[in-house]
Ligand binder design. Structure first.
Ligand SMILES: C[S@@+](CC[C@H](N)C(=O)[O-])C[C@H]1O[C@@H](n2cnc3c(N)ncnc32)[C@H](O)[C@@H]1O
Length: 224
């Protein structure tokens, strides 16, 4: 029998990998809640690295259930946030969790894929995306689509785990494309971004599946 994976032994690594790529149904909802724990540091650090200016409009791709949107909104004054995810259950969850911000008109969520974003050219001041790069279907085309909707002078941030970091997880065998920093910098450069740079931020070790994992996030930024 294939090894079971999470605390109550209900999900295999292969199934968990599928839900990390696109959470679905009740299991997807639970995986979304677990991501808020395992990805807390990389999500919060990504917003600090993004460091938006007051009054800017931010697009996030693949925000999952949007639990950390509240933290992004604290990084500057008068921010406007749009979250895009192709998982219907994550959009539903994000809408519930962020209802007060949606009601006040500063946050909205759209179900769409990174492949074709429902926005005009030059719409956003900032684009951020965390732990989605492994799943981009055609990375150069997808980065160009992000470039299209970013304003001239706008900033993109791609946050991800290194190959060695995710190789610690058995689930990374199932459908993850792994990247080194140079791969991501080349991808952004070939897609038309300028002033590309990367930083690594170490995180506390993570207890996962009975193992202690060494965690770090990589944050690659570029300018249109
Ligand atoms: C591993 S989760 C990361 C969630 C959150 N950013 C975090 O780090 O905890 C990946 C998220 O990206 C979304 N996603 C994956 N591929 C996508 C695509 N092609 N277009 C839009 N969203 C996508 C998934 O539905 C999922 O919610």
């Amino acid at each position: 029998m294939e090894k079971k994976f999470n605390a109550d032994n209900t999900i295999t690594p292969k199934e968990l990998a599928k839900h990390l790529r696109q959470p679905e149904g009740d299991t997807g909802k639970e995986v979304g809640l677990q991501m808020n724990k395992g990805n807390k540091h990389i999500c919060l650090n990504s917003y600090q690295v993004l460091n938006p200016k007051n009054k800017s409009h931010i697009l996030e791709i693949g925000m999952g259930n949007g639990f950390f949107v509240k933290d992004l909104l604290k990084t500057a004054d008068d921010l406007n946030y749009t979250g895009v995810d192709f998982s219907p259950i994550m959009i539903d969850e994000a809408n519930v969790i962020n209802k007060p911000f949606i009601d006040s008109g500063i946050v909205r969520f759209e179900q769409a894929s990174i492949e074709k974003l429902p926005f005009n050219d030059n719409t956003f001041d900032y684009i951020t995306t965390t732990n989605t790069l492994y799943f981009w279907p055609t990375p150069e085309d997808n980065a160009k689509e992000l470039l299209r909707v970013l304003k001239p002078g706008g900033k993109i941030l791609v946050a991800y785990r290194s190959k060695s970091c995710i190789d610690q997880l058995e689930l990374s065998k199932y459908g993850f494309t792994k990247y080194e920093i140079s791969d991501v910098e080349n991808l952004l450069s070939k897609s038309g971004f300028k002033q590309i740079s990367s930083k690594i931020i170490k995180e506390p070790d993570l207890d996962f599946d009975g193992k202690v994992l060494e965690m770090e996030g990589i944050y690659t930024t570029g300018i249109k």
